[in-house]
Design a protein around this ligand. Structure first.
Ligand code: NDP
Ligand code: MG
Length: 381
C-alpha cells in the first residue's frame, strides 16, 4: 500500500488522483487546496488524511469548522505546503496545484528525498534547471503526469535515452484550431473554455486555447528528458489519441495511445512500472476510424512561439514568460483583457527584458515577480 500526499487535491488532477487512490487503497496522508474549504474538508474526512492545508490564511477557521473537530493538523500558506512536502513516510507527493506557486514545495520535497508525481508544469517551466539538478543530486524520481510527457516516458521504457533522435509532442490544437487572428478578435471566455477533448481546470484550458500550454509542455519536455529545442516537433493531432511519440536513431517511432483520460497517466505515475486495471474506457481505434495530423500555426498562436524563443534564450526568460502568462490568463478570465491580449503580453516580455542566469530560487522568484508586475501594467493600461 502506497502512502501519498496531494497538493491541489480539489482540482481536476487532484480529484482524479483521489479516484486512483481509492481504487488502489492508498493511504492519503495530507491534502492541500487554495481556498475550497468544503471540498477539501470532505476529502480529508473521506480519506482519513492527517494533515490539511488551505493556502489562503483567511480560510483556516472555515476549514477547521468544516472539519468539525476531526483529529487533523490544519496548515496554511506556503509554509503549510512546504510542511506537507517534507512529511516523513510518504512514497510519492502529487503536485497538482496550478501555477508556479508549486515550485517551492517541489524543491522542498526533493530536498527531503520524496518522489514526486508532477502535473504542475509551471514548476518545470519556471525552475526546471533547479528542480532537475536537485532531483538528480538527491536521486529523487519525478514521474510526469502531463499526458504527453507520460506518453514520452512510456515510449522511452526499455530503450536507450542516447539513441533518441527526437520526440513528437502532440497537441489537440484547442477550440480555435484553424482560426485566423481576425476570427479570434473578441472571442469570449466561454468559447475559450470549451476544449474539444479534455475537461480540465480553467487556467490550463485557456492555455490550451492560446497554445501556451503546448509551449509550456515544450519546455517541460526539455527538462524532463534532457532534450534540445531542435529535438522536439509539435504536431497537431485533433483526436488526442496519440499522446506523443519518440523517434529513435533508426527512424523507428514509438507512440503511446489511449482515450483522452488523465487517469491513465496519473495511475502510471503512481504505480510505475505496474500496469493494472484503470477506471477508464478502452480505446477503440475503429470507433475513431481515422487519426489526423497537421503543423501548428505559430503565427496565430504566438504564445507557442514565445515559449520556444524563451527557452532558447534560457536562464530566467521561461519564468518571465510563464509569470506574464499567469497574470494575463487571470485577467482574461476576469474579463479585463481580450483573448489576443494574452499573446501580446506574453510576447512583449521577450522584447522588454533580458534573460539572466538562474543560480538559485530567488532568481526565479524575482523574474516571476518582475514579469507579473510588467503584465499587470499592460493589463491596467
Ligand atoms: P485546477 O484549477 O482544476 O485545480 C488546481 C488545484 O490547485 C486546486 O485544488 C486548487 O485549490 C489548488 N491550488 C491552486 N493554487 C494553490 C495554492 N497556492 N496552494 C494550494 N493549492 C492551490 O487545475 P488542474 O487540476 O487542471 O491543473 C493542475 C496542474 O496540472 C496545472 O499545472 C496544469 O497545467 C496541470 N495539468 C492539468 C491537466 C488536466 O487535465 N487538468 C493535464 C495536464 C497537466 P482550490 O480548489 O481551492 O482553488
Ligand atoms: Mg498535456
Amino acid at each position: 500500500m502506497k502512502t501519498i500526499t496531494i497538493l491541489g487535491s480539489t482540482g481536476s488532477i487532484g480529484t482524479q488522483s483521489l479516484e486512483i487512490a481509492k481504487k488502489h487503497k492508498f493511504k492519503v496522508k495530507a491534502l492541500a487546496a487554495h481556498s475550497n474549504t468544503d471540498l477539501l474538508a470532505g476529502q480529508v474526512k473521506e480519506f482519513g488524511a492527517e494533515y490539511a492545508c488551505i493556502f489562503c490564511e483567511d480560510k483556516v477557521n472555515a476549514l477547521k469548522e468544516a472539519l468539525n473537530n476531526e483529529d487533523v493538523t490544519v496548515l496554511s500558506g506556503m509554509e503549510g505546503l512546504k510542511a506537507i512536502a517534507e512529511l516523513d513516510g510518504v512514497d510519492i507527493m502529487i503536485n497538482s496545484v496550478v501555477g508556479m506557486v508549486g515550485l517551492e514545495p517541489t524543491l522542498t520535497a526533493i530536498a527531503h528525498g520524496t518522489d514526486i508525481a508532477l502535473a504542475n508544469k509551471e514548476t518545470l517551466v519556471a525552475g526546471g534547471e533547479l528542480v532537475i539538478r536537485a532531483a538528480s543530486e538527491k536521486g529523487v524520481k519525478i514521474y510526469p503526469v502531463d499526458s504527453e510527457h507520460s506518453a514520452i516516458f512510456q515510449c522511452l521504457q526499455g530503450n536507450k535515452r542516447e539513441q533518441v533522435s527526437k520526440i513528437l509532442l502532440t497537441a489537440s490544437g484547442g477550440p480555435f484550431f484553424g482560426k485566423t487572428r481576425n476570427e479570434l478578435e473578441g472571442v469570449t471566455v466561454d468559447q475559450a473554455l470549451s476544449h474539444p477533448n479534455w475537461s480540465m481546470g480553467r487556467k490550463i484550458t485557456i492555455d490550451s486555447a492560446t497554445l501556451m500550454n503546448k509551449g509550456l509542455e515544450f519546455i517541460e519536455a526539455m527538462w524532463l528528458f534532457g532534450l534540445r529545442p531542435d529535438q522536439i516537433e509539435i504536431i497537431v493531432h485533433r483526436e488526442s489519441v496519440i499522446h506523443s511519440a519518440v523517434e529513435y536513431n533508426d527512424h523507428s517511432v514509438i507512440a503511446q495511445m489511449g482515450v483522452p483520460d488523465m487517469k491513465i497517466p496519473i495511475q502510471y505515475a503512481l504505480l510505475y512500472p505496474d500496469r493494472v486495471d484503470c477506471p477508464t474506457k478502452e480505446l477503440s481505434l475503429t470507433d475513431y476510424g481515422r487519426l489526423t495530423f497537421a503543423k501548428p500555426d505559430f503565427e496565430t498562436f504566438e504564445c507557442l512561439s514565445a515559449c520556444i524563443k524563451a527557452v532558447t534564450a534560457g536562464g530566467t526568460m521561461p519564468a518571465m514568460v510563464n509569470g506574464a502568462n499567469e497574470a494575463a490568463v487571470a485577467a482574461f478570465l476576469d474579463g479585463k483583457i481580450d483573448f489576443l491580449d494574452i499573446g501580446r503580453i506574453v510576447t512583449s516580455v521577450l522584447d522588454e527584458f533580458e534573460s539572466k542566469p538562474v543560480t538559485c530560487l530567488d532568481d526565479v522568484l524575482e523574474a516571476d515577480r518582475t514579469a507579473r508586475a510588467y503584465a499587470e501594467k499592460q493589463i491596467n493600461r
